[in-house]
Design a protein around this ligand. Structure first.
Ligand code: F6P
Length: 355
């Protein structure tokens, strides 16, 4: 039965809205959930249900209560109280129909899906099949087109920058080349920003295959100045074809290769070619864990507020986005059309400091 609420905006039937978080987790997810629920309940009078572990929740009808009590105290907490997964319902036979059935049987009128390229790609396909859905962009990689920044990115960059600062001092004590491997499968935003902020001597990103001869020249020139080189490498960076041998990775449900390992390969090659000791630190999931920065908490909160406004107004098929300092809505199709990679001009700015 529908209960009618008189909101400050207009008279509307209260809705039951499902919320899920999909893909790799990222600091700020809980801040979005909190903002959605707090405004949705107190301003609009809607009620919420949490779906556990990304698309697995609606696929299997796995829910959890999501009221104001459930979101108390979660603003600074990393991870996601809803859990996450890389389940891809499009790859599962009858997956979309199962989701539609489960939404109907749990009385869910609309969904707010918080995720990256994959989760929002599924949201777009569900919207095309009449599911009422609003998307919220998240990824530490900052590689979603349609939004200037995603929350989680600032936190990841700060964690990586702190690590680079620490690597500088120990590298110099031991006269070693230290390599810092950061996340970024297809886009080198974390490497670029953390490398610039941390004063790296070379930054290697997936968008630009690197020349190992040139990398070794940078390493040697840095040692000649009596400083130790720090190389920041994105996990998806790769050498110019034929220069070095790389191992193949396994694939996840969205067909993404599971990476990690370029830092080690690079260290061995640098040692072989320069005769200097080279060691690697892989930051891995440390970049995704723990409390979000203030910037990410504010961005995530503003995304959450805009997402519940969109759902309340029935503006489905949209993703909330940051444009300049404004939070706007863009079509899910625009948001998932292509990856936002590092442009040549941004990489050139960083190159001034190489060597
Ligand atoms: O998309 C976010 C991200 O952290 C990527 O930077 C990274 O390649 C990937 O997720 C790792 O995913 P998982 O934790 O599933 O191995």
């Amino acid at each position: 039965m529908k209960v009618w609420f008189v909101t400050p905006y207009r008279e509307e039937p209260a809705m039951r809205i499902g919320v899920l978080t999909g893909g790799g987790d990222c600091p700020g997810l809980n801040a979005v959930i909190r903002a959605v629920v707090r405004k949705g309940v107190s301003v609009y009078g809607h009620e919420f249900v949490g779906f556990r572990d990304g698309w697995r929740g609606p696929l299997e009808g796995d829910t959890m209560p999501l009221d104001i009590g459930a979101v108390r105290g979660i603003l600074p907490r990393g991870g996601t109280i809803l859990g996450s997964s890389r389940t891809n319902p499009i790859k599962i036979e009858g997956g979309v129909d199962r989701i539609k059935e489960n939404l109907a049987s749990t009385g869910v009128d609309a969904l707010i899906a918080i995720g990256g390229e994959d989760t929002l790609g599924v949201a777009k396909q569900l919207y095309d099949r009449q599911v009422k859905v609003v998307g919220v962009p998240k990824t530490i990689d900052n590689d979603l087109s349609g939004t200037d920044y995603t929350f989680g990115f600032d936190t990841a960059v700060n964690i990586a920058t702190e690590a680079i600062d620490r690597l500088h001092t120990t590298a110099e004590s031991h006269h070693r080349a230290l390599i810092c491997e950061v996340m970024g499968r297809h886009a080198g935003w974390i490497a670029l920003h953390a490398g610039m902020a941390g004063g790296a001597n070379v930054i290697l990103i997936p968008e630009k295959p690197f020349d190992i001869d040139r990398v070794c020249e940078y390493v040697e020139s840095r040692f000649r100045t009596r400083y130790s080189p720090i190389i920041v490498v994105a996990e998806g960076a790769h050498p110019i074809e034929g220069q070095m041998e790389l191992q193949a990775g396994t694939l996840d449900a969205f067909g993404h290769v599971r990476l990690g390992g370029i830092g080690e390969v690079l260290a061995k090659e640098i040692e072989k070619r320069t005769g200097k000791e080279a060691r690697t630190t892989v930051l891995g999931h440390i970049q995704r864990g723990g409390t979000p920065t203030a910037y990410d908490r504010v961005l995530a909160t503003r995304f959450g507020l805009q997402a519940i406004d969109a759902a309340h107004e029935g503006d489905y098929g949209k993703m909330v986005a940051l444009r300049g300092t404004d939070i706007v809505r863009v079509g899910l199709d625009e948001a998932t059309a292509e990856l936002k990679t590092v442009p040549v001009s941004r990489y050139s700015e960083a190159e001034v400091f190489f060597g």
